[in-house]
Design a protein around this ligand. Structure first.
Ligand SMILES: C[S@@+](CC[C@H](N)C(=O)[O-])C[C@H]1O[C@@H](n2cnc3c(N)ncnc32)[C@H](O)[C@@H]1O
Ligand code: SF4
Ligand code: SF4
Length: 380
């Protein structure tokens, strides 16, 4: 981190710190004063690719059409952003996920609106459609953070998982364009390179880390492969990590690179959970979507519901695995703020605290404050 960027990071970080304090009070005393720090907007939307590990890659016909559209339509987003700003104020990440975001023409408007409202907007992209003009507009609009998915620097490996013509070159170019643009505009947008750890590309993640993990404002995230239940068995077989010892070696190397100052976005607990998943799940039957695996009873309570909110296909939730606290599409007379503060939400929040599910959301919960601060200093 450059010293000259510290004032900007501190200015941007103060509202997050305020929220962190509210969350601590809310988790440890009867007083609940927390507000969402991250609002996740998840919806069905089209994608321009067919990665083999993803629903968009293997679903067909009606099933594919179902995930490519949403009842939560584009025109509902501006109202959602206004209400998120009303409930959460500054120091809020709005994390958008729906197919491939850059193929939606409205995304640029949402980034601009979020910027004006003081919200920090982010999304993840495959980068295939990124042009110079697009990068220029995203950076100018105040995009806070962009995830770019890449499984390997080597096209021969990356394109097994992400089969797309010239895909690797396009994705790497997207990263370079954003870097170039933020340099040119002297504005800041952080970049998070995301890699799914599979049997095909396990060590490739380490190469990605070595390429970008020390660039200011860049970080690399290892994502646990989810062998979804409806995935073709041959894909599951291909991608599932067979040799736990090999995974252990890579995890050890990730720890070493972290110690050497490479920005890798994963906690020690996150790494241990991936290892546990592979050690315990010998038959590849459980998916992290499924409810079959449980956390160790010694693990602390889940506090996801303290400072996270989802709008998932228009349903407002504290966690995707728990019942909704409202319906954004039909309950137009109730705001997100009213939903967050309702009695029913209190009851559902209690349920989420006691939840023992081993889930991929787990990387968002119970993150030590030191990790949060160091992550923030990298992305802000
Ligand atoms: C579903 S994509 C949507 C955003 C965008 N289209 C992209 O590819 O970056 C979001 C992230 O989920 C990851 N992903 C997809 N299928 C997965 C799986 N089976 N297990 C783990 N991560 C997966 C992708 O690699 C990507 O980083
Ligand atoms: S680009 Fe993203 S949404 Fe599309 S198939 Fe690949 S992982 Fe799935
Ligand atoms: S443990 Fe996972 S599924 Fe359960 S409430 Fe927390 S984040 Fe949600």
């Amino acid at each position: 981190m450059k010293l000259s960027s510290l004032p900007r990071k501190l200015k941007r970080g103060m509202p997050y710190l305020g929220k962190e304090l509210r969350a601590i009070v809310s988790d440890h005393t009867p007083l609940f004063i927390a507000k969402p720090r991250t609002v996740h907007i998840w919806r069905g939307a089209p994608c321009n690719a067919k990665c083999i590990m993803c629903d968009y890659g293997f679903l067909k016909g009606d099933a594919l059409r179902a995930i490519s559209r949403s009842e939560f339509t584009d025109d509902m987003m501006p109202r959602a952003l206004d209400q998120i700003a009303e409930l959460c104020g500054r120091g809020t990440l709005v994390s958008y996920m729906g197919g491939e975001p850059t193929v939606n023409r409205c995304v640029m408007d949402w980034v601009e609106q979020a910027g004006k409202l003081g919200l920090d907007f982010r999304f993840t992209t495959n980068g295939y459609t990124m042009t110079e003009e697009m990068a220029q507009r995203f950076v100018a609009a105040g995009l806070f953070n962009v995830g770019v998915s890449l499984e390997a620097l080597d096209p021969k490996i990356n394109e097994i998982i992400r089969p797309h013509f010239n895909g690797t070159v396009k994705t790497i170019r997207a990263i370079e364009l954003i870097l170039q643009e933020r340099q040119r505009q002297k504005k800041f947008v952080s970049i998070n390179v995301k890699t799914v750890l599979t049997d095909v590309n396990l060590e490739s993640f380490l190469e990605i880390v070595k390429r970008w993990g020390k660039v200011d404002g860049m970080m690399c995230t290892p994502q646990a492969f989810e062998p979804m239940s409806n995935m073709p068995p041959e894909t599951k077989e291909l991608l599932y990590i067979k040799d736990v010892k090999r995974l252990e070696r890579v995890v050890e190397e990730i720890r070493r690179l972290k110690r050497d100052g490479y920005a890798i976005h994963v906690t020690e607990q996150g790494l241990n959970e991936v290892l546990k998943l592979y050690r315990d799940d010998k038959n590849k039957n459980s998916t992290m979507h499924g409810a079959k695996m449980e956390m160790d009873p010694s693990e602390p309570d889940c506090n996801i519901g303290t400072d996270n909110m989802w709008i998932e296909h228009g349903m407002v939730k504290l966690c995707p695995y728990h019942p909704p606290i409202g319906n954004f599409m039909t309950e137009t007379d109730r705001t997100l703020k009213q939903m967050w503060e309702s009695e029913m939400t209190k009851r559902i929040r209690e349920q989420t605290r006691g939840c023992r599910r081993m889930c991929t959301i787990s990387c968002l919960r119970r993150t030590p404050i030191v990790h949060k601060v160091s992550t923030f200093l990298k992305i802000a």
